[in-house]
Write a protein that binds this ligand. Structure first.
Ligand code: IDP
Ligand code: MG
Length: 141
């Protein structure tokens, strides 16, 4: 299996709950390395640009509103099969549907405030990593 990189965001609800460290531990315990990380308070344009693929969806404005409601913590995670592995650690988009023991089952309240973002494909991972991190800031093992 290939070493991959994926973009992860700990969303405003989870930052407010003070569970950044607990969520980062899930990644490390699953052998995903944190290769870059920073906090940011996204502007409406930042969030809308990041979620541009969803701009026709009915929940788009709520999503942008939520993602700009407080600071987020953004990471690049690196490891074997990192994109799929992170999606498994995250759990389903709706925390009520998420498997027990996943990040969303344990830390999220609702489909709007669902604790984490994770890239869904290698193409999107590359786009999303470049959106937030200049390549010189991504640590290479
Ligand atoms: P994902 O985060 O599991 O990849 P996506 O379908 O890519 O889910 O949707 C992006 C984000 O938009 C979700 O994490 C969630 O916060 C929000 N979202 C998705 N579907 C809905 C919905 O039906 N109602 C409200 N918010 C939604
Ligand atoms: Mg998605």
């Amino acid at each position: 299996m290939a070493i991959e990189r994926t973009l992860s965001i700990i969303k405003p609800d989870a930052v407010k709950k003070n569970v950044v460290g607990k969520i980062l531990s899930r990644f490390e315990d699953a052998d995903l390395n944190i290769s870059a990380m920073r906090f940011a308070l996204l502007s409406k344009d930042d969030a809308a640009g990041f979620y541009a693929v969803h701009k026709e969806r009915p929940f788009f404005n709520d999503l942008v509103e939520f993602m700009t409601s407080g600071p987020v913590c953004i990471q690049v995670l690196e490891g074997e099969d990192a994109i799929k592995k992170n999606r498994e650690l995250m759990g389903a988009t709706d925390p009520k549907q998420a498997d027990a023991g996943t990040i969303r089952a344990d830390f999220a309240e609702s489909i709007d405030a669902n604790a984490v973002h994770g890239s869904d494909s290698s193409e999107n991972a590359a786009i999303e990593i470049a959106y937030f991190f200049p390549s010189m800031n991504v640590y290479r093992r």
